[in-house]
Design a protein around this ligand. Structure first.
Ligand SMILES: [Zn+2]
Ligand SMILES: [Zn+2]
Length: 333
């Protein structure tokens, strides 16, 4: 039904690609992160709520059609529909059916609660293509409410020391989740322009977020160490950062569970908050599909494949030899 070609995952019968990494005629996109949504294709289809952020990512000239979750399209007898993946705003699993055989491509997903996007919905299928960004048993996320409580304490301690709090999170999804989870009455919350550009799309989608002006150097400095600034990690070494004065930095990511990663980030504070499923989440999602065959992609796939086989699943890594490596400066985590 689906096979990996030089351009990415392809359905020959329906003549479409899913998250292709090269330009194609018809690209079905799971979500607007840069390693899934690449420019240059002739026509894009994505979930209706995801269309706004995808347009921002691909530019005004990209031809994008948003399809409401659960609505079925027919491509030469192949039925296709989008279903919430719980990863970021508009993220979708893509269900593909031909003559009763059903495949689901998960894209990125998580099962943890996240008020900035629709929760993951299990979709029954025969073959499930799952991501495995955090596909090791060591990855077990704490409750988001506990993480947000730690963040609030960190911000308060910085305020007491007169030091601006800069919280790094990827610009689409994580940053808005941080904004939503931050205590709005504790002080001014400001966002980097890369984060601000997506806020209207969240508002249009009905996601309520606290008021957050753009973090200009003047605004940050005039808050005299009381502000919380939400910014993408790539701004860590920027002139903008240098101009903010005395700051304490922290990074919110699933990678904060890994000591080596924390060390590379120069000892700043780490909060374990991921937009991907942890190990128990991956297993729960896989079970909930009822699929007998699991194809694993994204990240270290072997441990999950091995575990699934031991439990009696038919499981394989999805071989994507032509996939370009994702850049560390990208927004994937
Ligand atoms: Zn993603
Ligand atoms: Zn991804």
């Amino acid at each position: 039904m689906l096979a990996v070609t030089e351009a990415g995952l392809y359905c020959a019968r329906g003549d479409f690609h899913i998250d292709p990494w090269r330009p194609v005629d018809r690209a079905l996109i799971t979500h607007a992160h840069s390693d899934h949504a690449r420019p240059g294709s002739r026509a894009y289809l994505c979930s209706e709520v995801g269309a706004g952020v995808l347009q921002l990512r691909l530019g005004a000239s990209a031809s994008i059609r948003g399809i409401p979750y659960g609505v079925t399209l027919d491509f030469d007898g192949v039925c296709v529909s989008f279903h919430p993946a719980g990863h970021v705003l508009g993220s979708a699993q893509i269900r593909v059916e031909y003559r009763g055989e059903v495949w689901v491509v998960s894209g990125d997903y998580k099962l943890q609660p996240d008020p900035t996007c629709r929760p993951f919905e299990p979709v029954r299928c025969h073959t499930f293509i799952t991501e495995s960004t955090f596909g090791l048993p060591i990855y077990r996320w704490p409750q988001p409410s506990a993480v947000f409580a730690e963040m609030a304490e960190w911000w308060q301690a910085n305020q007491a020391a007169g030091r601006t709090s800069v919280l790094f999170g990827y610009s689409l999804g994580k940053a808005q989740r941080l904004l939503r989870g931050a205590p709005a009455n504790q002080g001014p919350i400001l966002v980097h322009p890369a984060v601000a550009q997506f806020l209207p799309a969240f508002c249009t989608a009905g996601v309520t977020l606290p008021e957050a002006p753009v973090a200009t150097v003047e605004r940050v400095r005039s808050a005299e160490g009381k502000a919380l600034v939400i910014a993408p990690p790539m701004t860590a070494d920027s002139t903008w950062m240098d101009a903010l004065g005395d700051v304490a930095t922290a990074f919110a990511s699933g990678w904060m569970m890994v000591r080596g990663f924390r060390r590379r980030r120069g000892g700043e504070r780490g909060f374990v908050l991921s937009d991907h499923a942890d190990w128990p989440g991956l297993l729960e999602a896989i079970r909930s599909t009822g699929a007998s065959r699991i194809l694993v992609t994204h990240g270290a796939t072997n441990p999950l494949v091995r575990w699934l086989r031991q439990q009696g699943w038919e499981a394989d890594s999805l071989v994507e030899e032509h996939r370009p490596p994702s850049t560390p400066s990208g927004d994937h985590e």
